[in-house]
Write a protein that binds this ligand. Structure first.
Ligand code: SAM
Ligand code: SF4
Length: 532
């Protein structure tokens, strides 16, 4: 699965949650948990069809893509590595910041149809379905004698053919939801636009395209359904992602998620636990529970499990050795979650608790529903846990009206909390959000300055914190093998990246004990001292 990350220079490279990648095997791809059992009886399966799927953004998107891939595999499609080789090209998009959204349109631009010189000069007419109609080549591979259509002969004037040699190009996810049918205007060669709240309709939409429909959309957010599939094509053979709550009701003033992912809807605990049992039997030992605000989970079934009870129940499933969850909203983060971590070593000692700002005034303008002091009370709960819990956060700098003093308060919060990782972003004005109309916008240059200061401060905090770990031994789930001999990598329970040496021949997927010999700001170096 192709993967792009919206981190650029804005985000601290770290061991933490949002930008973490599934490891690549030696061959560069895992095809685990892949089957076609989900194909429905009587459904015409287009054998031999291929799809390319590229994912932008967060882990929720990564996991949605795993499910989308599952749906396509169930219909007889095969995943390929390059868009040129695919019949169906899908982009699962992110619009959390403007840069991320722009990236999608630049990808779509690369797929703009090319036409022959005759078409350009108008000899074949604008509505031609001839030579190049329906044939989409990445611009980079445009042949001599072919040219990208310009305004006077724009592809929107042509009939786009999805059958035969034509490709189906689809935009999924947050940009799809945000831009809607406007995507057809900007990139008329797109034929599928579907937001995440409508993914349940995907099989039907794909069937319509296969039947020759030119354009299909799934854009409803008015749903109480979650996207569950019979089959999910999982990319990592040890860690399984499970969405337990979709959407968001929090309405932070800067955020597009409530618009693009719809209202909060939780999946029944019985169904979650059943899937966890199946995954454990299939050999997955680490579960990561996902949700934009995962700890706002509200069990719709009669059991009415609280989030902390669900965590405990997942941790107790036979074969499960690690349970992670992300992202937690400070408002719904209570003592019961820390107690569950205390009681179950299987629940990882890692919590991602986005603060966004250290200034109560800015938090109020952001509509985050807590003050600096209330946030620090949650941190105190975590610090009072029986074992050290690694804490990470998200910060936005340069929110409208953020004064130098507000920014200083964010820096002092970093000093006070001593995070193990910080994902920092320049504020990006987003469509439909209340903050768009707020006064006192901070100039880009100033946002950049603040971001650089914050990153420097956090780098130093991480360097010092990691150095204190030298000499300690941690359990590591091995998920990577270097080309260099005896070099391996994995993650600790606190989600730190550990690179280590071991003369063992095969360790992938094993849990081993590693002693830290040196530390960098984003990772640890160690040597294996035993197995667990
Ligand atoms: N639901 C999570 C929470 O409440 O913290 C975060 C979800 S969001 C996908 C991930 C992060 O993107 C946020 O925590 C925030 O720091 C950042 N973000 C969201 N909207 C943003 C914006 N308009 N500009 C800059 N960063 C933004
Ligand atoms: Fe966006 Fe706030 Fe919801 Fe997080 S809690 S997804 S930042 S609206």
């Amino acid at each position: 699965m192709g993967k792009s990350f919206d981190i650029g220079l804005e985000q601290l490279a770290g061991t933490g949650v949002p930008e973490e990648k599934a490891p690549a095997s030696e061959s560069g791809r895992y095809n685990v948990g892949l089957s076609v059992e989900g194909a429905q009886p009587g459904m015409a399966v287009p054998q031999g069809q291929t799809f390319y799927l590229e994912t932008f953004g967060c882990q929720m998107n990564d996991h949605d893509s795993e499910k989308v891939a599952g749906v396509l595999v169930a219909r007889g499609y095969r995943q390929v590595e390059r868009p040129e080789a695919a019949k169906v090209i899908l982009y699962n998009t992110c619009s959390i910041r403007e840069k991320a959204a722009q990236k999608v349109f630049s990808r779509l631009g690369e797929l703009r149809p090319v036409a022959s010189e005759e078409e350009i000069s108008g000899k074949l007419g604008a509505a031609s379905t001839g030579a190049q109609a329906g044939v989409f080549l990445p611009q980079k591979s445009a042949q001599p004698g072919m040219a990208v259509l310009h305004e006077a002969n724009h592809p929107s004037q042509r009939k786009i053919v999805n059958a035969g040699g034509g490709k189906i190009i689809g935009v999924l996810g947050c940009v799809a939801q945000q831009e809607g049918e406007g995507i057809f205007e900007r990139a008329p060669w797109v034929s599928l636009v579907c937001g995440s709240a409508s993914y349940r309709k995907l099989p039907q939409l794909i069937a319509e395209l296969e039947a020759g429909n030119r354009r299909v959309t799934g854009l409803d957010t008015d749903t109480d359904e979650t996207f569950e599939t019979e089959i999910t094509r999982r990319d990592n053979p040890w860690r399984a992602y499970l969405t337990i709550i979709e959407g968001c009701d929090k309405a932070c003033s800067y955020c597009v998620v409530p618009f693009t992912r719809g209202p909060e809807r939780s999946r029944a605990s019985v169904s979650i636990l059943e899937e966890v049992r199946q995954l454990a039997e299939a050999g997955y030992s680490e579960m990561q529970l996902l949700g934009q605000t995962v700890n706002s989970y509200a069990d719709p079934s009669a059991r009415k499990m609280r989030f902390s009870e669900l965590l405990t129940a997942v941790a107790e499933v036979r074969g499960i050795r690690r349970v992670r969850f992300t992202t937690s909203h400070p408002r719904d983060f209570g003592k019961d979650i820390v107690e569950a971590i205390d009681a179950h070593p299987t629940i990882c000692d890692q919590v991602h608790l986005p603060v966004q700002s250290g200034s109560t005034a800015v938090l109020r303008a952001m509509a985050r529903t807590y003050t600096r002091e209330e946030y620090l009370e949650k941190i105190a709960l975590l610090k009072g846990a029986r074992r050290p819990i690694s804490i990470s956060t998200d910060v936005i700098v340069g929110f409208p009206g953020e004064t130098e003093k507000d920014f200083e308060e964010t820096l002092s919060l970093l000093d006070e909390v001593q995070y193990d990782n910080v994902f920092a972003f320049k504020y990006s004005p987003r469509p439909n959000t209340p903050s768009l109309k707020m006064a006192d916008a901070i100039p880009e240059e100033e946002k950049g300055r603040r971001l650089a200061i914050l990153m420097d401060r956090q780098r130093e905090i991480q360097r010092v914190r990691n150095e204190k770990l030298v000499g300690e031994t941690f359990e590591v789930l091995v998920d990577g093998k270097s080309r260099r001999e005896n070099q391996w990598s994995g993650h600790t329970s606190s989600n730190r990246v550990m690179n280590f040496t071991s003369p063992e021949q095969e360790l992938l997927g094993d849990y081993v004990q590693v002693k830290v010999v040196s530390a960098m700001q984003n990772s640890l170096m160690g040597e294996m001292v035993g197995r667990t």
